[in-house]
Ligand binder design. Sequence first.
Ligand code: ADP
Length: 396
Amino acid sequence: MKRVGVIGGGQLAWMMADAAEKLGVELVVQTPSEYDPAVSIAKETIFALVDDATATEILAKKCDVITFENEFVNLQALSVLAQQGICFRPRLEALAPLLDKYHQRCYLRDLSLPVPQFFALDEVENIKSKIESLGFPAVLKSRRHGYDGQGTFIIPDFATFEQKLSYEITTKTLNQSFFLLEEFVPFERELAVVAARSVEGEIVTYPVVETQQEQQVCRRVIAPAQITPNQVAEIQAIAHTLLNSLEVVGIFGIELFLGADGKILVNEIAPRTHNSGHFSLDACETSQFEQHLRAVCGLPLGNPALQCAGAVMVNLLGYENSHSDYQSQRQQIAEIPQAHLHWYGKTESRPGRKLGHVTVLLDNENRDLGSAIAFGVGAAIANNIAHTIESIWYPR
Ligand code: ADP
């Protein structure tokens, strides 16, 4: 029996539960609140913030290996533990270039992977001329601790840039060195891929998916994405280059932009299981959560292939401040044919908060829709399913 320590107790840790049971693995979670989703499925919980390395030292004493569902950790403090022989998977060196978005962009560029043009605000003399060379709109990003679009701002002109920057700096007591600027990519679609690498260096990739964001938060995922075999191969090659270079053990999520000209750029790397891979729970032989546990436990990787023609995943995002459990909406969504609803059990809803998700499989009754997606004519049908779910979920 392996005991796996998980830093972070949100829904990504919660969704490891079934796989842990299947593999005979016990999960011990480090998370701050007794109301966090994974507390209910953990064998034991250490109640502490994810960046509390003293708590992680206690966690390590109870576990064979430590992994992450949240990457906002204190790497410097954890590296002392790694030197003492505590096993982190992925290893800390694989996280180090990724936690700061500017360092991440530099790392990808140095690997010759395609990224948007970017620069760090504190590394240029004349910001005005530099930002003008990118053109407007431009994108201002906090270098650290961004998620779900927090800290990502689309900037239409220089005056707005100055206002936004000074607002961020004064309200959050930051300085310029906390930000990067990059070109706005007029993407045609956003794509993502989840890939896993084993202790032996074997890599598997999940089907490339289309992700749809609203206000910078993922709303829907369609698997597989309607892209050409060459584009799939290009994205798989990006995943291989990245995971091999970082010597990753575990799952990584890679977000990409697809331009109207067919050009692919890497947007962001998540060093953990990823929202764009949730469909794998119901649609693939091996879910991303099982795959992650297999990798970190040193087991052979499983088959990541779709077991159906396709899938549509819709996030159920909070749209109000409430303590409701949304029973009636959940019931209606669960009655959609081939729908699999995952409700994270959060006790509090806030606008934009991820409360659950639903995946609709495209086979059996939907088989024709699934093959239509695979053959490139069914995006409208997938979007219709997403629309049906959202019209039940969100108030009119
Ligand atoms: P987070 O880390 O908060 O998820 P991201 O950098 O992934 O932030 O940005 C969130 C979303 O914002 C992206 O999915 C995309 O829709 C939009 N976005 C981010 N960067 C750019 C860019 N350079 N050009 C156009 N849109 C962008």
